[in-house]
Design a protein around this ligand. Structure first.
Ligand code: NAI
Ligand code: MG
Length: 423
């Protein structure tokens, strides 16, 4: 298919997704305990936007002409890399699906997607809609299954040319190993984080409280870019803490299909128990539990919005990705101290800065080793903004036109030109 035709069928699929937003949001809600309302107004529309962004890119892929030395001319061809394996997690089933497959389809690749075992339903529905949209059989393949079987088969397959993965660091390593042992397929990894949100003395406190609450409790803290470490400058620390506790207590936990709910249950028993284990660990490491810290209901995997204060950088709750509604609060004095602390984890996915001082904002943005920095906002995602990690948050970028390059080979074609008026 030409790029133009690929873009057309991708847009058709996006149209069908818009017609079925309600069902798609319901499927992700039922699978993952995600809020139905936010599925309808955030997850599914953002997945549609991602697909349309790359549909628009499909007919704008071009190489370069090369003025090589000698009696030659050259050009580069960008070719689809081939079959792309996609292994995704359960926290944003629809968004993850389109984050990976949209640039791959724009590039002209075929994809084999393994959704997370917790959330296979919307992926199967997308395969069905793809057929209705006129996407040829064999282009979008969905293979539900468990990680060590279906996922591992993709990672070690000799006919898969590239793997795009989002999930845990542990599995990221396994995927690289499988690539190395099989056909050296290219790999891109997005492996989560422990992102700092740094709030300076001059910040509007109410806005800072609101953003910090959203940064850690949105989607029950099951977010790779969750603002799980909150650093507050000493001048506003006490006032911030009082307001943050009230804000957490007002964050309503309950039925994800009720429109007044702010936060549903954790995805499954494993994650529920993991988060509670980290809360116990925080207590035994000596952090001060300010609010929350327990299951929020007698049944189901609900956890109270939880805030720890007096957290130290060497505590495990400040270093590990908890992936739940647990905020670690820390106080700082100087900009230098904030920068040093912000950088002191193995991760480097995102960071937030709240200040009105342009010089602080610029200096900290450039000093934090993270793939995305949000200034006076958080979770401000857009298909246009490249997204990915520094350090052990992985490598490779999703989003932006540059993500299409992940799914292409560049071929140089050099031709002898024995007869030319100029060289
Ligand atoms: P995981 O990394 O095990 O699962 C992610 C995906 O990888 C799933 O599709 C899974 O089936 C697949 N997978 C698992 N083992 C595999 C293998 N051997 N080969 C190929 N694919 C495999 O993550 P899990 O166990 O669901 O969550 C554990 C922790 O990982 C979370 O608590 C969180 O800290 C982190 N995580 C980070 C995410 C992110 O957005 N970066 C998303 C999900 C989890
Ligand atoms: Mg796992």
């Amino acid at each position: 298919m030409s790029g133009y035709e690929r873009g057309r069928v991708m847009n058709k699929l996006a149209d069908l997704m818009e017609q079925h937003t309600e069902e798609l949001a319901l499927l992700d809600g039922a699978d993952a305990g995600k809020l139905l309302l936010l599925g309808k107004i955030i997850d599914i529309p953002a997945a549609v936007q991602m697909l349309r962004y790359y549909a628009g890119g499909a007919d704008k892929i071009h190489g370069e002409s090369l003025r090589v030395s000698g009696k030659y001319q050259g050009y580069t061809l960008k070719e689809p890399i081939g079959v792309v394996g996609v292994i995704i997690p359960w926290n944003f089933p629809s968004l993850m699906f389109f984050l990976k497959i949209s640039p791959a389809l724009a590039a002209g690749c075929t994809v084999v997607v393994k959704p997370a075992e917790q959330t296979p339903l919307s992926a199967l529905y997308y395969a069905h809609l793809a057929k209705l949209a006129g996407i040829p059989d064999g282009v979008i393949n969905v293979v539900p299954g468990f990680g060590p079987t279906a996922g591992a088969a993709i990672a070690s397959h000799m006919d898969v040319d590239s793997v795009a993965f989002t999930g845990s660091g542990e599995v990221g390593r396994l995927i690289m190993e499988a690539s190395a042992r099989s056909n050296l397929k290219t790999v891109s990894l997005e492996l989560g984080g422990k992102s700092p949100l740094i709030i300076f003395d001059d910040a509007d406190i109410d806005m800072a409280v609101e953003l910090s609450r959203l940064a850690i409790f949105f989607n029950k803290g099951e977010v790779c870019v969750a603002g799980s470490r909150v650093y507050v400058q000493e001048g506003i620390y006490d006032e911030f803490v009082k307001k943050a506790v009230v804000a957490a207590q007002n964050w309503k936990v309950g039925d994800p299909f009720d429109v007044t709910t702010n936060m549903g249950p954790q995805v499954d028993k494993e994650q529920f128990e993991r988060v509670l284990r980290y809360i116990d660990l925080g207590k035994s490491e000596g952090a001060t539990l300010l609010t929350g810290g327990k299951p929020a209901a007698d049944k189901g995997y609900y956890i109270e919005p939880t805030i720890f204060a007096d957290v130290k950088e060497d505590m495990q709750i400040a270093q590990d990705e908890i992936f739940g509604p647990v905020m670690s609060l820390m106080k700082f004095k100087t900009i230098d101290e904030a920068i040093e602390k912000a950088n002191c984890t193995k991760y480097g996915l995102a960071a937030g800065i709240i200040t009105k001082d342009l010089n602080i904002a610029n200096r900290v943005s450039r000093s934090v080793r993270a793939g995305t920095v949000w200034v006076n906002c958080y979770f401000a995602f857009d298909p246009e903004a490249p997204f990915g990690g520094y350090k052990m948050s992985g490598f490779g970028r999703d989003q932006g036109m540059m993500a299409i390059d992940k799914y292409m080979q560049v071929k140089s074609v050099i031709t002898a030109v024995p007869d030319s008026p100029w060289y």
